[in-house]
Every structure is written in structure tokens, then in C-alpha cells.
Design a protein around this ligand. Sequence first.
Ligand code: PEP
Ligand code: MG
Length: 324
Amino acid sequence: RRAEYAQYRNMPAVSKDGVAVKLYMNAGLTVDLPHLDETGADGIGLFRTELQFMVSATMPRLATQIELYANALAAAGERPLIFRTLDVGGDKVLPYMGAQREENPALGWRAIRLVLDRPALLRYQLRALLIAGAGKVLSIMFPMVADVAEFRQARQILEVERRRLERLGRPLPQAIRVGTMLEVPALAYQLPALLPLVDFISIGSNDLLQFFFAADRGNPKVAGRYDLLAPAALKLLRDICAACTAAGVPVSLCGEMAGRPLEAMTLIGLGFRSISMNAVSIGPVKAMLRGLDVGEFRAYIDRLIDGPDRTLRGKIESFARDHG
Ligand code: PEP
Ligand code: MG
């Protein structure tokens, strides 16, 4: 099947009715980087920087961080690459950081919350990113932002680091683009305040929908109970996408659902023109896209989304079947 999808590598990611969709891949370690060329992905929509910290027995040094980020930028070349700052804490506990067991790790002291309380960790990482990005376009986003103030604070720390390097006469990135993950439902209701501040938004549907349905994404007892193709979830995603698009802010979605052809098709029907997924999904999703009539499918979803169905999965599946 891999070989079968390899033929799609050099084909454009365009639907049957001419709608172009950017297909980005998720990455986090040096071993992921060759997949960019192998899959023909448009770039890296989510670079999970915590993976380097998690596979390491001690805190990665500045030089080690710089090396990984520089390798990733070199592999991406002209293609966009978005680094996400450390998403640790909660269930991603770093042994060398002093483990803290929490009652509700997903809702706990993690990601942006942790690094805003321990800004040295964030400053160090941002320094590594700025140094690695010298002369290039550097895109950075923050995880688990629940409140616009957290975004402002994180961006302020980035600015402090940028000024520091400037003062030292170090070469800086050619451009710095700063965005945020949208993976806490509360942030979806702060878009009027958030959108003027960000260069882009990436929806983390894994977390966003686990919080939306209050269902642990890793607990098999409840994970199957709520469908991501339920109208309530689709309206949330559609509305976020529409608000970003209307404001001219690039929006993408980088959770696992982007890599499943039926879900990816639904996202495109809801208005997404950029999604980021595991490397192995690029081929199957592109194959789906090239056979899809986006206009027709969008009209189909629009008719169903306010209807009584508990989930649209069955009907979306039959659309996919009936249209090859
Ligand atoms: C997400 O929450 O959808 C996401 C992409 O981040 P992670 O899976 O790393 O939490
Ligand atoms: Mg997440």
C-alpha cells in the first residue's frame, strides 16, 4: 500500500473541482525529517519539540537543541515549518524535571502553563530556536493556550530573547512568525481578541475535542463514546475556521483526525485548506482529495450539520462510497 501511495508524491494536492489543500506533516525528531521528501508533504505543520526532551535522560543542552532545530530547517528548505514550544507536564513527565503526580494531568500544570511559571526553560528554548533560525523564516507556536494573556506573555518572552540576541550582534531570523495552538475550547471564544495578535492558528483537535466532550483521549472506556464527526464538534471546527479565514489569519489543524481520510475529507468540507498529519497519512489523504468534489461535498455537509443525526459519520461514509 505504501508503494501504491508513493505515486501520489509528485502529484498536486488539489481536489477534483480544483480546490488546493496544503498537506503538511507532523514531526519532532531527526528521524522524521526524510519523510518530507518521501511523502511530498508541503512542509511541517507541527514540530513537537518535546520529543527531544522526552527521549533524553537529561535536559538537552542549548547546542543540542540548536542542532535539531537547524537540521529541521535545513530539511524543510523553502517549505514552511512550525515549531511548537515544549508541551511537557501532565502525562509527559520529564524524569529530570522532578516528577509531579497530578490528579488530572491533562488539565494540569503542563505546556504553556508550566513554562510561563518556569520561564528560564522557555527562554532557553526560544534562544535555541532564534539561533537556529538565523537568516530564515522562523515560525513558532505555543501549546495549550487557554487565555489570550498567556499568548501575550509567551510572545513577550520571545521578544526579550530576540532583543538579547540583537544586542549581542547575533544574526537573527529573516522573519519571525508567532502563532498559537487552539486546543482549549475557551480560546475559541476569544478569537476577536486573539486574531489581531497572531500570525497563524493551528487547531490541536486531539486536546480540543477531549476537552470539548470532557472525554479522556487515552481512555478506551470513553474514547469511543463521542464521535469527532458529531455535529457539535464539526460546528466548533467550522466556526473557528470561518473566523480565522474571515480575519485573514492562516488556520490549520494538526490533530490525529487530519490523517484519517474520512475525517480529513470532512475538514476540507468544513472549509479547511491546510491540515497537518502523520507522514504515513499524506499519501492516503492526497488520494482522497484528488477524488473529492469539494463544492458538492460542502453542500452535502451544510444540509446535514443542523439536522438530528448524533454523528454524520454514516452519511459521510456513504457520500465517500457513492463518489468513489
Ligand atoms: C493535539 O492536541 O491535537 C495536538 C496536535 O497536540 P498533541 O497531540 O501533541 O497534544
Ligand atoms: Mg495537544
